[in-house]
Design a protein around this ligand. Sequence first.
Ligand SMILES: [Zn+2]
Length: 344
Amino acid sequence: MRAVVMREHGGPEVLRVEEVSEPAPGYGEAVVRVAAVAVNRLDLWVREDVGHAYGATLPIVPGYDVAGEVVEVGEGVDGIAAGDPVYVHYDFSCGRCPYCLEGDEAACAEYGVMGVNRPGGYVERIVAPARNLFALPEPVSFETAAAAGSVYLTAYHMLFARAGLEAGETVLVTAAGSGVGGAAIALARFAGARVIATASSAEKRERALDAGVDHAVDYTQPGWGQDVRRLTGGRGVDLVVDHVGAAAVPEALTALANTGRIVFCGASSGPRVELDLIDLFARQISLIGSSDGSRRELWEVFRLLGEGLIDPPAIEAVLPLHEAAKAQELLATRAHYGRVLLAP
Ligand SMILES: [Zn+2]
């Protein structure tokens, strides 16, 4: 079978299609035919080895947002069978330690991530522990599941577990065209919040308005934080959902109401900002970090998608496996609105 194998760090040219051996399921494992795998910014960081931060083990097959059909199950697997449509959860952990039992797999000593230090999803078939498989409700397509997976889970954990979003609040979502941005818009609308989004181009702002945001603001204009304040009658927003980091946080803080909070799960434009601590305590602002999410939350995301209670993710493009480099470049240029997928 074919896989994209990355043998060295570098530019898109290091993503090469190779023939690799077929996976076989061990005890408690299943083999899944990959129908769709999303391309994520983390895939680019792992490829470029940004700050050596991700400890990727080479050679590796990249990619971690996988949906497909079970084709074979190993010994000791019940409750899942060949033919079942599934999402393959990307967190690998022991499943037995106190952290795992609490649903906090990221703290497990055996924690690993598909496509980073475990074989990933840019491949025709993948093997995974059966406990990583989430059965997809009937109406959720493979493309929707792969496109939603990690970003809807991340946004769900940010909005509800970390930031405690309540109905009637006003939420500012930065970078509406990004995967997490689109997910945060869908989930904040589901929660009964009023949503303002930022986007760089008129076309993206139009698409954000089509996705149901109340206002779309141009973040390339200096002083856009004040524009957001004006849209709330001068009060400011209750919550900012951000993963842009340095390029967005100063204006986002301007846009925040007194006692407001900003929750962030990334810093794609850079990690360092200057903060005025007097302003933060005087206005009682909360800065909240958030990372990943729990299996219970992922289960909830697929239930909400299955029942049609949240909007599915926008999908910009679905490309064949041999165009993995092109797919990653599409993400790098930020020309996309929504998710870019590979269909092996
Ligand atoms: Zn564990």
